[in-house]
Design a binder for this molecule. Structure first.
Ligand SMILES: C[S@@+](CC[C@H](N)C(=O)[O-])C[C@H]1O[C@@H](n2cnc3c(N)ncnc32)[C@H](O)[C@@H]1O
Length: 323
């Protein structure tokens, strides 16, 4: 399923030859039959999708363009039906052989807040932790990254990526079914590491930040995007049960609290690049994600609060560097 030859070639280039032995058995195990009840079906989808005939080159726009539009109507119907088997599509948009794959998130809106606030990606070796289906990995490659390694433990999202990669012909972009702590420690090899939408899902935020720092070469940049509380004083909310209907949100810090966590993890040059309230233009139910979304997670009488009475989702982007 994975093109491990290409992966290990890119890891060699990044200076991570030692990852081959460490990761090979985990990758085989994660994608083996029986690893997930739907994996056989998803493999069938991947096998049925057309292979790109040339190398992928973009263009760079809000929708990631995968595959040419000049296919027959019958082919388009078949590709659409196969991609529908991989619902829910959380991150997008993609234009797949002319099909408008409108995901739950307008991820282009986040990328447009981030792209000019970070060190230019041209020639950089990039790690994207919690990369989902690779929407941002494609955008990072189009921004000139030499190689992008994404990791995400959710097999459906890995399969979505593999479907898109097969049809795109994109090279030097990888999405691996791994959690951050499963990477060999202390790689210190990446020029830029992204962690977007992951920190609040981690029970041990300090440990997560430390692991992120250990992926960076000296002087490398961490781009952190996470939920924050409004306010100028250090504070952290730990939701009792759910937050905006999500079960696994463990803590939401204010910006000063987050800055102090980053400092404690040994990160420096901490800069707040953006703070934005999430809107229903950015996160919503679509044909490709037909379930409840942000609108159902907010208090119907007061959209500044979640349904649980906590501040509505606001997200910040911070950049900082490893010494
Ligand atoms: C809210 S989504 C964010 C996706 C994307 N980065 C974005 O900003 O739109 C969080 C993702 O992190 C992944 N994830 C959760 N725990 C993780 C871990 N320990 N290591 C890597 N990824 C993780 C989930 O599978 C999920 O796809």
């Amino acid at each position: 399923m994975l093109n491990t030859e290409a992966l290990f070639r890119d890891l060699d280039e990044i200076g991570l030859t030692s990852w081959r032995d460490a990761l090979s058995p985990i990758l085989v195990d994660r994608l083996s039959d029986g690893a997930h009840g739907n994996l056989e079906q998803w493999k069938g989808v991947l096998a049925d999708l057309p292979l790109a005939e040339s190398e992928w080159a973009g263009p760079d726009g809000d929708a990631v363009v995968i595959g040419a539009e000049d296919i027959s109507p019958e082919q388009a119907v078949r590709i659409r039906a196969r991609l529908r088997e991989l619902v829910p599509w959380r991150k997008g948009p993609f234009n797949v052989h002319g099909i408008n794959l409108d995901a739950e998130w307008r991820s282009d809106m986040k990328w447009n807040r981030i792209r000019n606030a970070i060190a230019p990606l041209a020639g950089r070796k990039v790690l994207d932790v919690g990369c989902g289906n690779g929407y941002y990995a494609f955008r990072m490659k189009l921004a000139g990254a030499a190689a992008v390694v994404g990791i995400d433990p959710t097999l459906l999202f890995v399969c979505q990526f593999l479907a898109l990669q097969k049809m795109s012909g994109a090279t030097s972009i990888h999405v691996l079914p791994l959690r951050l702590h499963e990477l060999p420690p202390e790689s210190q090899a990446f020029d830029t590491t992204f962690s977007m939408g992951v920190l609040y899902h981690r029970r041990d935020p300090a440990g997560h930040l430390q692991q992120l720092r250990n992926t960076l070469r000296p002087g490398g940049e961490l781009v952190l995007e996470t939920l924050v509380l409004p306010g100028e004083t250090p504070a952290v909310v730990q939701p009792d049960d759910r937050y905006a209907r999500m079960r696994n949100v463990w803590h939401i810090p204010s910006i000063p609290a987050l800055e102090s966590w980053l400092h404690d993890a040994g990160l420096r040059n901490i800069r707040v690049a953006d703070i934005s309230r999430t809107t229903a233009d950015e996160q919503r139910t679509t044909r490709w994600m037909p379930f409840e979304s942000l609108a159902e997670a907010l208090d119907p009488a007061d959209s500044s609060l979640t349904i649980e009475g906590l501040p509505a989702p606001t997200r910040a982007v911070l950049t900082c560097s490893a010494n």
